[in-house]
Design a protein around this ligand. Structure first.
Ligand SMILES: Cc1cc2nc3c(=O)[nH]c(=O)nc-3n(C[C@H](O)[C@H](O)[C@H](O)COP(=O)(O)O)c2cc1C
Length: 207
């Protein structure tokens, strides 16, 4: 009997340790945060903007392929205060901002007259805490998006439907048409091998 109790305790300890130590790694991966390097300035010479927020590079890679395929101009949503390189610190801050609906200040901006040139915005982001990362909230509220079409693309580590992110995006993108049914979803671990899929999707959405 005693032995059984110890076995059960052992199993509980292993499960709890796995939840604490391994699950956050599955979400965050082994990537390092790289959210603070802006793209070159946009010029408003295309009708298409490819805007993205990316902490560990997956969304940035997808955005680059989409821009290559569509001729869209690349714009990175850069937080004024970087989320840093540490996954735990990034996760804590992201959760706090989400819970308190904090819109973090951004350091990258588009002039209103340039933003007015775009008809279509491909908008990329990672799923964070089953939702849209808060820097994207700030981005969406900064501009007059009325009449524009927003086509979302995202990467994730399990939340393949985008969880609440697409609802949130539709709520915040006032006046825009958000093509939630057309959104592209790619697991973070597959992004490196998804160039063909991403480019085919982008080309299809452009028609
Ligand atoms: C703070 C944080 C929270 C995350 N929350 C989720 C989540 O709720 N669901 C999910 O599937 N993946 C989650 N992930 C994993 C990312 O969505 C995934 O690694 C994504 O590919 C990262 O994209 P990026 O490299 O463009 O930043 C989270 C990652 C971080 C850093």
């Amino acid at each position: 009997m005693k032995k059984k109790v110890w076995i059960i305790i052992g199993i509980v300890v292993v499960v709890v340790a796995a939840a604490v130590l391994i699950l956050p790694r599955l979400f965050g991966g082994s990537h390092r945060g790289i959210d603070n390097e802006p793209e070159a300035n946009v010029a408003g010479e295309s009708k298409i903007l490819v805007a993205y927020f990316s902490w560990s590079g997956n969304g940035q890679q997808m955005a680059r392929w989409i821009a290559e395929e569509t001729g869209g101009e690349l714009f990175r949503i850069v937080p004024e205060e970087s989320y840093g390189e540490d996954y735990g610190a990034c996760a804590d801050r992201a959760k706090n901002e989400l819970d308190n609906e904090i819109r973090p200040a951004l350091s990258s901006h588009i002039d209103a007259d340039i933003m007015a040139q775009y008809d279509t915005i491909y908008l990329g982001f990672p799923i964070w805490w089953y939702d849209l990362p808060t820097p994207v909230w700030t981005f969406l509220e900064e501009y007059d998006l009325s009449g524009k079409t927003i086509i979302p693309f995202f990467s994730h580590n399990g939340s393949s439907s985008g969880a609440n992110s697409l609802n949130r995006l539709s709520e915040l993108a006032k006046g825009a048409t958000v093509l939630t049914d057309e959104a592209l979803s790619i697991p973070g671990s597959s992004v490196a091998d998804s160039e063909k899929e991403v480019k085919e999707w982008a080309a299809k959405e452009q028609k």
